[in-house]
Design a protein around this ligand. Sequence first.
Ligand code: BES
Ligand code: MN
Ligand code: ZN
Length: 496
Amino acid sequence: MSAEIRCSTATLATWSGEVLAVGLFSEDAGAAGRSALSARFGAAIGEQLERRRFKGKPGECLSLDLLGQTPGQLIVVGLGAPADFGPDQLRSATATASKAAAASGCSQLGLAMPIEGLAAEAAAAAMAEAVRLSLYADQRFKSEAEPRPLPSQVDLLSLGDAAQAAVAASGAICSGVELARQLVAAPPNVVTPAALADTAAAIARDHGLELKVLERSDCEALGMGSYLAVAQGSDLPPKFIHLTYRPAGPVQRRLVLIGKGLTFDSGGYNLKTAGSQIEMMKYDMGGSAAVLGAMRAIGELKPEGVEVHMVVAACENMISGGAIHPGAIVTASNGKTIEINNTDAEGRLTLADALVYACKLEPDAMVDLATLTGACVIALGEEIAGLWSPSDALAAGLINAGAQGGEPLWRMPLRPSYRDGLKSGLADMKNTGPRPGGSITAALFLQDFVDPAVPWAHLDIAGTVWSDKGRGLDPAGATGFGVRTLVNWVRAGGPA
Ligand code: BES
Ligand code: MN
Ligand code: ZN
């Protein structure tokens, strides 16, 4: 159960509850916060902070007992310099405080954070997200759950009722992020292509969305030879999933969200070898998890004026006597022929047919998310996703939506000359080019399957889908990356 999060007009001076968490800026700049603390709890608090060398740096966290008082415990977290303060700093300080409070077993938490320079709604949403997402834990696969006391009530201090709607919306978004995390973390023997289709069916049923699932024969009829080539080595049937949200009123924009849905990527006959983290390739459906999570949130938030389609060509990349040969030539649903010179570059083969299908929906914009290349992880690391788009407006809108949700995106080049790396002597193209610039040629490959009239963006989330150690709001494991970007982007109405 997650905590009830409420906006409260109570302040640092007046709130009474079990544990009070207070954010303080670094050094002298925090003087105002420190004197507010001393005013309520006595000058000894200032001396304690001094003695324990609290500097107010980001990530710093101290817990002080207030024996015989209410609140009985004070948690102080550092905010860094006021000049650097923004939603990201607010989110991480709130996450630090929430984790410290949960560790102390408290059930009632008051959060007193400065929100100067931020709109009350944005501050409330950032804090609510931070509380819920940082306290998330996944015990589905333990035979016995460890008892984990969580605060049952969290008050966001000095925030009026006006911000409560933002907290409610962030609840829907967090449910989407949690769904994405659960799908990504679940093992490949649980989250299969059929399980992804079942998840879409549950979202459709719970929120009144439309669902169409194309079976292998339906995909054959549509000529999806690229996607089906990847699926053919598996004993599990592919599922091509199309979920649709239609708003109640008139439609101003039609958007498509496409997710790579490889529930396991062995590499195929170009088998992944030691060091290539084959055992982690359950997370190769992170793109589909993000779009399913976003659809769950959209189904609950029911934004006006936007029709949103989700397309996932789900399958496994496996080995068997029926698996695709390295060197095979296949034909995608737009008629292009592809020489598969590497069966481990399977994501782009599935996305090719998904993109062709999406273009036929004649959207105003479409975005694909994919754990597409190791090269993107090398380029941008594990905190930043790569973004490719021929449209400046679409790129800017997505970067903005990502920044708003604490999901950094970095625009990468779609350099046309690099397309030469995909030339084939026999077919229209190969599926892989040279290693240098591998995430760029992957994006250029996808572009071949996009109608140039449709504004399109590609996000490579190979680095951001998983965090071994955990960071910021993300506990170790699946991050649910992409959900917040997509929902913010859709709520803003899509492309500018
Ligand atoms: N799913 C992988 C990409 C990946 C790698 C995601 C590491 C997360 C972490 C993708 O299907 C793949 O295997 N890509 C190859 C492409 C290569 C064969 C051109 C890669 O990146 O090595
Ligand atoms: Mn692969
Ligand atoms: Zn893959």
